[in-house]
Design a protein. Structure first.
Length: 89
């Protein structure tokens, strides 16, 4: 009998290829913020809009602020995905 294989999927978003895979072993965790989607926003207004929408019913890891490298915020959305958002200063 062959061992079970993880399920995999691939997709392209905004010209960037993403690969996803499940994990066969049982874990004490679901999604992890160790992997984030990084979005470079075109303006502070866009940054605010996206940050607020993603933070709704989610979790803020780092609030919107200038941490010395421009406007930045890190949030986990309501589904558990981690997002890092930046915008020009």
């Amino acid at each position: 009998m062959r061992p079970a294989m993880p399920q995999r999927a691939g997709f392209i978003a905004a010209g960037q290829r993403f690969w996803c895979s499940d994990s066969l072993p049982e874990h004490d965790w679901d999604f992890t913020p160790a992997i984030s989607l990084f979005v470079e926003c075109g303006s502070a207004d866009e940054h605010q809009r996206l940050f607020d929408a993603l933070a709704e019913d989610g979790f803020v890891f780092m609030p919107r602020d200038d941490y010395g490298f421009g406007l930045f915020g890190w949030v986990g959305d309501r589904f558990g995905l981690s997002w890092q958002l930046s915008a020009p200063a």
